[in-house]
Design a protein around this ligand. Structure first.
Ligand SMILES: [Zn+2]
Length: 204
């Protein structure tokens, strides 16, 4: 997919990928560190943003589309309501502040939400798609997003933190999203309902 100069193939069109759901092995094992900062990685990140946009989530980790690489993307308001957009490759996280409980959901556990306690501040260090160092820090909802996404790359889902009976209830109540297909969803009332539910604040 690259020319002699190694630049991105201009023919690449970002595609919406199918989101894997809880139970898929790729979601339950640690992701591999990225070692090749090539066009394939750039295209993966583009596809992740395209998928995130359709899902209307605030973050997406590569294992959620079946790729076991340590990459996540985010498009998430910070505590001041300012939109934060970016990606991190091979992230390491440090949490600080206090803890707070808030509703949390996941595109890989479609439908239900549950209250979960998270740190109020988080800083993620890693590299970007060219291998250059990046650091992203956030508080409040954005800090929750950073924790949720780095958890995905460790093979951990938010439901793994819930007591067994609540986890079982959340999994029982899962409702697959109609848009979860490699093509854009058809229009329809049910699908709209699912998208609205996503807008209420899921993390991906
Ligand atoms: Zn998630």
């Amino acid at each position: 997919m690259s020319d002699a100069n190694g630049s991105l193939d201009s023919a690449h069109v970002a595609s919406v990928r199918k989101i894997r759901v809880v139970g898929d092995p790729v979601l339950h094992s640690p992701a591999r560190p990225v070692t090749s900062f090539d066009d394939e990685l750039a295209e993966l990140i583009e596809d992740m943003f395209a998928t995130l946009a359709v899902a209307e989530g605030v973050g997406l980790a590569a294992p959620q589309i079946g790729i076991d690489l340590a990459v996540f993307v985010y498009d998430c308001p910070d505590e001041s309501g300012v939109r934060q957009v970016g990606h991190v490759v091979n992230p390491a996280i440090e949490t600080s502040g206090t803890v707070e409980a808030s509703e949390e959901g996941c595109l890989s556990v479609p439908g239900p939400f549950h209250e979960l306690t998270r740190s109020t501040a988080a800083a993620v260090r890693g590299v970007d798609r060219t291998g250059a160092p990046v650091e992203v820090a956030g508080t409040g909802y954005f800090a929750r997003c950073l924790q949720h996404e780095t958890d995905h790359l460790r093979g951990v889902l938010y439901v793994d933190y819930l007591p067994r009976n609540r986890r079982r209830r959340v999994l029982r109540d899962m409702t697959p999203f109609d848009w979860n297909a490699p093509v854009l969803p058809r229009s329809g009332g049910e699908q709209l309902g699912d998208l609205h539910r996503v807008e209420r604040g899921p993390l991906a």
